[in-house]
Design a binder for this molecule. Structure first.
Ligand code: C2E
Ligand code: CA
Ligand code: CA
Ligand code: CA
Length: 279
């Protein structure tokens, strides 16, 4: 039996992965989290800046831990990835996100897409194509309504197998986005080669474009470059109206951030979407 005091300490530690005992505790609990129905997806609205229109949501994983309450990915993602549990969890995330997007349609909200984050660990498995195809088939979601978010570092994987995977996903009709764009290694030719549809500019650049000239220059350049490659751009982490105005003036396509909404529970997102579509 574990002592509550120690566990509280574990969960509040900034970097749980640093301690082997803590890691094992979390790993064991996480192992049962799916079966016990403790994992949950929150949804954060994505807005088209032109017309101020809701176009979909990003699914973001939460763990409703029976003792510690609601945990964000920063509390368990390292353990999930290093233990390999992210493969099973990621499969659940894909299915759940697709199911929810179908529910939006059933509720009369047409054309809302869902974005799902992928882990590098999932990409290294050979079966991601099947996992995605199964999620679409079992829920009936149209492939074009699903967007998969990869990070720049994943594109460094140059194996034929990886290229084939991305090609298959594109052939299915699934959309691909590069997450946290600007924070990693970026190579323009890769973006074309991988047939990416969208760049998501990291919030570290976006949040300060009102005050930081350098960040504004970077964001301006990324938007121009993306558009010249026929890619759409989503800006993340918008918290202030000034930032929204600047992004709109720069021609940024989509926006996501606390200004519009934090990530919220599925039912609350549905309310948000209904309220937004009736305006
Ligand atoms: P991310 O993909 O870059 O997701 C955006 C993060 O920024 C989310 O944090 C979101 O809550 C936060 N955010 C959104 N708007 C704002 C804003 O205006 N201001 C600020 N300060 N933050 C904002 P969250 O939900 O804690 O997720 C953290 C990371 O965990 C995600 O970063 C993603 O890399 C990972 N993650 C989340 N869900 C999944 C999942 O299902 N699978 C995988 N593999 N990774 C996931
Ligand atoms: Ca993301
Ligand atoms: Ca991001
Ligand atoms: Ca991130």
């Amino acid at each position: 039996a574990k002592k509550a005091g120690r566990n509280t300490h574990i969960v509040h530690q900034a970097d749980m992965a640093s301690d082997n005992h803590d890691r094992l505790d979390i790993e064991q609990a996480l192992r049962h989290a799916i079966a016990r129905d403790e994992l949950e997806l929150f949804y954060q609205p994505i807005i088209a800046l032109r017309g101020d229109r809701l176009i979909g949501a990003e699914a973001l994983l939460r763990w409703r831990h029976p003792e510690y309450g609601l945990l964000g990915p920063d509390r368990f993602m390292d353990v999930a990835e290093q233990s390999g549990l992210i493969v099973e969890i990621g499969e659940w995330v894909l299915g759940q996100a697709c199911r929810e997007a179908v529910r939006w349609q059933t509720e009369g909200l047409e054309g809302l897409g869902v974005s799902v984050n992928l882990s590098a660990v999932q990409l290294r498995r050979n079966n991601l194509e099947t996992v995605v195809a199964d999620a679409l088939a079992s829920t009936g979601l149209g492939a074009a309504m699903l967007e998969l978010e990869l990070t720049e570092s994943m594109l460094l994987e140059k194996s034929d197998q990886f290229l084939q995977l991305l090609r298959s996903l594109k052939q299915m009709g699934v959309k691909l986005a590069i997450d946290d764009f600007g924070t990693g290694y970026s190579n323009l030719s890769y973006l074309q080669r991988f047939q990416v549809d969208r760049l998501k500019i990291d919030k570290s650049f976006v949040s300060q474009i009102g005050s930081n000239e350098q960040n504004r220059a970077i964001v301006t350049a990324v938007i121009q470059m993306a558009h010249s490659l026929k890619l759409e751009v989503t800006a993340e982490g918008i918290e202030h109206q000034l930032v929204q105005r600047i992004l709109t003036s720069l021609g940024c396509d989509h926006a996501q951030g606390y200004l519009f909404s934090r990530p919220v529970e599925a039912d609350r997102f549905l309310e948000f979407a209904k309220a937004h579509s009736s305006i």
